[in-house]
Unconditional design. Structure first.
Length: 205
C-alpha cells in the first residue's frame, strides 16, 4: 500500500495541488482533514518523495485562499449560510463566542483561530459578518496561514526524519504528535471556558 502511495506521489505535481485544494476546502468545509494531508505530504517529503519547499507554500496558499472565501461568505451572505456552516446549538454558540473574541482581541483571533479545533472557520466567518477591515484580515490571515503551514509541515518533516527507513512509522509518529498537540490545545480551551475566560485568558462577559 505504502509503496503504491509513494510511487503515485513521487514527482507528481498533482500532489501539491491536492495539498492546496484540501487546505482551502478545510476553511469552509471543516470535515476535510487538512492537517492530516499536509503532515502526510511533509512526511513523504522527508523521505524524498516530495519537495518540502513546495509542500509549505501549497498548504499556506490553500489555507489563505480558503479563509478568504469564508470571510467573503460572512460578508456577503452571512446569516443565510451560518446555519449550514455552524449547525445546531453548539455551532451557533461557537460562532457567537468567536464574534465576541474578535471584538475584544481583534486580528490576533484570526491567527489564533487557525489553531483552535473548529476555530478557523468561525474566526474567518465572524470577521466577515462583523465587517472586520479587510486589509487587517488579509495581513492577519497571511500570518496565520504561513504559520500553520510551517507548523504542520515541520511535524511531518521531523516525524519522517525520525524513521527514515519506515514510512508507516513516520506517518504514525507525525499524526500522533499532531493529535496530541491538538488535544492539549482543546483541553486548554475547555479549561479556560470553565473558568469563564476565552482562549487568550480574557474573562468572558
Amino acid at each position: 500500500m505504502f509503496q503504491s502511495l509513494t510511487h503515485f506521489v513521487s514527482g507528481n505535481p498533482w500532489s501539491y495541488g491536492i495539498v492546496f485544494g484540501i487546505s482551502a476546502l478545510d476553511s469552509f468545509f471543516p470535515v476535510v482533514p487538512s492537517e492530516t494531508v499536509v503532515i502526510t505530504a511533509a512526511t513523504l517529503a522527508a523521505h524524498g518523495h516530495l519537495e518540502i519547499g513546495l509542500v509549505v507554500p501549497a498548504a499556506a496558499l490553500g489555507a489563505f485562499a480558503g479563509d478568504n472565501v469564508t470571510y467573503l461568505l460572512g460578508t456577503k451572505i452571512g446569516e443565510r449560510v451560518a446555519g449550514w456552516l455552524f449547525r445546531g446549538e453548539k455551532g451557533a454558540e461557537r460562532l457567537g463566542k468567536m464574534e465576541k473574541a474578535l471584538q475584544q482581541h481583534g486580528a490576533v483571533i484570526v491567527v489564533a483561530g487557525r489553531f483552535i479545533p473548529g476555530g478557523r472557520t468561525a474566526s474567518c466567518f465572524a470577521a466577515g459578518t462583523l465587517d472586520f477591515a479587510y486589509r487587517r484580515f488579509l495581513v492577519a490571515d497571511a500570518i496565520a496561514a504561513v504559520t500553520w503551514a510551517v507548523y504542520s509541515s515541520l511535524i511531518g518533516w521531523f516525524g519522517g526524519a525520525a524513521f527514515a527507513h519506515s514510512l508507516w512509522k513516520s506517518l504514525a509518529l507525525s499524526l500522533g504528535v499532531a493529535a496530541g498537540l491538538g488535544g492539549l490545545l482543546e483541553l486548554y480551551r475547555r479549561l479556560q471556558a470553565r473558568r469563564g475566560r476565552d482562549i487568550l485568558g480574557k474573562r468572558l462577559d
